[in-house]
Design a binder for this molecule. Structure first.
Ligand SMILES: *Cc1c(COP(=O)(O)O)cnc(C)c1O
Length: 409
């Protein structure tokens, strides 16, 4: 009989969102008239901006004519998009990125999950805790995680991020080979300043570690001392891969487009201790396993870099960030401690009265009919915290804030 990949069997059932759905459904059955407001799942709700929609329509028409038809494209992405990325996301911030350092993809979930293909299974990985679950689960699948004790994986280094350390992870005691950093952070909505990120770049340089930097929420940054790219930090090109996505920036969660930057200086070692550059390895991986993001989607993505595109995505992000600020202010007004929501569409709150994350979930569902995400679902250090997203409408957010502030907490 053939054998399956045992690593997949080690994965615990995806508990968090199934359990949320189960509790919400039960409540709705018992209270059929209750108008539940969902602020749990991290998906955008505003439509794609008009300039991107126009570009998508035009790209469809291109496909209808033999003179403008596009078949297989470059696996790394079309230069019309890569050049706009290089210019707008990097050159404008004083960072030089070559076009062949940019790999366009179908999104950052795939990229952060797939990057492990070019890295040895012997590497020790480190994650902040709480964490975006993809980083952990894809390493379980690859066989890098060890054994699960119900809370943590034995071979993964967890770096707690809580109110006690202001959500700034301390350098780990055990040296990791690979460090996942996501800033602005999902789920906590918190950020690192340039100086705080420099600590990690310096650590990686001294210790021969690789930083996998996920900046999916870069477009939400409002404060000047928060870096938009890890390459703003001197020396980062030798130690970091950066992941970006059009999902939260431009509402592409359904369209699918992202990219990864693999600088040419970045190198690891092979089993014999010889230097190996990562850029050609990732290129080989992508050209073998991936046929590029669709032409249509790349045309849509390129349009967001026009002046009108930038204005329009800004308006959408401002809309979400007004929700974030309403949530922050509302929660604070009833004495709840809140974090995030200033440079990110997530508000992370300390549950009141020492309630556990799930107890607070039930309290909010039953008494305010508002659904959020229990912090413990993102890792053991998320216990006692709770995430609300700013991705709802103004109306729903206003209503949710009214209901929450009416609670006797
Ligand atoms: C939403 C999100 C992404 C984006 O993933 P896509 O696959 O591009 O939609 C990446 N990282 C984090 C932490 C996210 O929350």
């Amino acid at each position: 009989m053939f054998k399956v990949n045992d690593n997949y069997c080690k994965l615990p059932a995806t508990y968090l969102f199934t359990e949320i759905a189960r509790r919400v459904n039960t409540f709705q059955k018992e209270n059929p008239s209750a108008k539940i407001i969902r602020m749990g799942i991290g998906d955008v709700t505003r439509p794609i901006i008009p300039v991107a929609i126009d570009a998508l329509h035009n790209a469809v028409d291109d496909q209808a004519d033999s003179t403008t038809f596009h078949g297989y494209g470059p696996e790394q992405g079309y230069d019309f998009l890569r050049s706009r990325i290089a210019e707008n996301d990097y050159e404008k911030r004083g960072i030089h990125v070559e076009l062949d350092e940019i790999f366009v993809s179908d999104g950052a979930k795939s990229d952060t999950g797939n990057i492990g293909d070019i890295l040895s299974v012997d590497n020790i990985i480190a994650v902040t805790d709480p964490v975006y679950p993809v980083y952990v689960d894809t390493n379980v699948m690859a066989g890098r995680a060890g054994e699960f004790d119900g809370q943590k994986w034995s071979d993964i280094v967890y770096m707690p991020c809580t109110a006690e350390n202001s959500f700034i992870p301390a350098l780990p005691e055990r040296r990791p080979d690979i460090i996942y950093l996501c800033y602005p952070n999902n789920p906590t909505g918190t950020t690192l300043t340039r100086d705080q990120l420099k600590v990690w770049v310096d650590y990686a340089r001294v210790n021969g570690s690789l930083i996998l930097f996920d900046s999916a929420y870069e477009a939400y940054i409002r404060e000047d001392n928060v870096p938009h790219s890890i390459y703003e930090i001197e020396g980062a090109r030798e130690v970091a891969i950066e992941f970006r996505s059009f999902s939260k920036t431009a509402g592409f969660t359904g369209l699918r487009c992202g990219y990864v930057v693999v600088p040419k200086q970045l190198k690891g070692i092979d089993a014999n201790g010889n230097d190996v550059y990562l850029n050609p390895l990732w290129n080989r991986r992508q050209t073998t396993k991936f046929n590029g993001a669709s032409y249509l989607v790349q045309r849509g993505a390129a349009a967001i870099y026009t002046a009108r595109g930038q204005e329009q995505i800004r308006a959408t992000i401002d809309y979400y960030m007004q929700n974030a600020s309403m949530l922050r202010e509302g929660l604070k007004s009833i004495g709840i401690e809140v974090f995030g929501g200033i440079n990110a569409p997530y508000v992370w709150l300390k549950t009141p009265d020492g309630l556990s994350s799930w107890e607070f979930f039930d309290r909010l569902l039953h008494d305010a009919k508002v659904v959020g995400t229990p912090g413990v679902g993102f890792g053991p250090s998320g216990e006692g915290y709770f995430r609300l997203t700013a991705f709802s409408s103004h109306e729903a957010t206003t209503e949710a804030v009214e209901r929450i502030t009416a609670l006797k907490i």
